[in-house]
Design a protein around this ligand. Structure first.
Ligand code: HEC
Ligand code: HEC
Length: 268
């Protein structure tokens, strides 16, 4: 039930493999029995009943992989522990960050130290960070990400009522698969296109580009110093800090998809 086959099946797509598809109906044998349908020598033939183009890599798929079983699936177990710790850590950090920021912003406003006062200063220069094309691409990227999260989590929690409601609203599990993959292709196309544009831009400026400068997305020690200044400001121990072109939280957001694409891409 927790495998991909079972999850999709639970959502109503009953063409996926069930126990008897892999283990047969009446000659269920131990996996280490050479005549068993799930013995490594016969397994691929079994998968090919449905996956006509199955390659040897299908043997690496663990139909019963259980990330809570440390003895049998140590890799899955530690991957899950690591991902959970990572997600929890990021959530806690940014929630604290957001709440402290909100607190400081309110305090500053109450004491009339907010932005409004600064607006009167004639020497403030505003500039447009992105051209319209890139703003549209950002919007599309954000929508694709949210569609992926919605369709992906409903697959991850197929036993819940909300997941079934989402799948129904989207037009069933087959349609969900099409929507998910369309969003994935859109997402990856923007991602790769962006990397190409960055590579071309950096190449063009290769003589002058400062990898750790203000306009670079590469994290630097300065980000740590900015982080410290920001927390000092949160606690009212310093003035609101000024930042260069990119702030540390923007850099964090920027690198997150690289990490996410690698993890999801290599574990799929
Ligand atoms: C996609 C094919 C597939 C499906 C569907 C499937 N299994 Fe399996 N099963 C396997 C394979 C391959 C193995 C051997 C490798 C392993 O243990 O993961 C196995 C191993 C097992 C074992 C351990 C057998 C042994 O000798 O170690 C049991 C028990 C089992 N499956 C029960 C089930 C039950 C119950 C279901 C339905 C809820 C089910 N399986 C669905 C492919 C499948
Ligand atoms: C009864 C038919 C059937 C059998 C047998 C079967 N599968 Fe599947 N499998 C499906 C269907 C249907 C899907 C869902 C395809 C989709 O997402 O559109 C699927 C999906 C998958 C996926 C996810 C593919 C993706 O696009 O992400 C994997 C991996 C997979 N199967 C592995 C296996 C392996 C390994 C075996 C043999 C041990 C096996 N399957 C046996 C029907 C089967």
């Amino acid at each position: 039930m927790a495998s991909y086959h079972g999850q999709v099946n639970r959502l109503g797509y009953t063409n996926t493999a069930k126990c008897f598809d892999c283990h047969t109906g009446h000659s269920v044998k131990k996996a280490n029995d050479p005549t068993s349908s799930v013995h490594p020598d016969n397994r691929l033939k079994n998968c090919k009943n449905c996956h006509k183009q199955a390659t040897d890599s299908f043997l690496a798929f663990q139909p019963h992989g259980d990330p809570d079983n440390r003895d049998k699936y140590p890799w899955l177990y530690w991957a899950k522990q690591f991902m959970q710790a990572l997600i929890l850590g990021v959530m806690i950090f940014f929630w604290v960050h957001v709440l402290l920021w909100l607190y400081r912003e309110l305090m500053d406003r109450i004491r009339n130290k907010g932005f409004e006062e600064n607006l009167d200063q004639p020497d403030i220069v505003y500039f447009r960070r992105f051209t319209p094309v890139w703003r549209w691409i950002h919007a599309l990227f954000a929508i694709a990400t949210m569609v992926l999260v919605l369709t992906g989590t409903s697959l991850l929690f197929p036993h819940t009522a909300w997941a079934k409601a989402v799948i129904d609203a989207l037009g069933g599990p087959k349609m969900e698969g099409i929507i998910h993959r369309t969003a994935a292709v859109t997402w990856l196309s923007i991602f790769v296109f962006h990397i190409v544009v960055v590579a071309v831009n950096v190449w063009r400026q290769r003589k002058t580009f400062n990898w750790f400068g203000g306009t670079s997305m590469v994290p630097s020690w300065n980000d740590l110093r900015d982080l410290r200044k920001m927390f000092l400001w949160f606690f009212g121990r310093a003035e609101r800090p000024d930042f260069c072109h990119w702030t540390y939280w923007q850099k964090f957001d920027y690198w997150a998809p690289f990490w996410g694409a690698t993890i999801i891409g290599t574990s799929a």
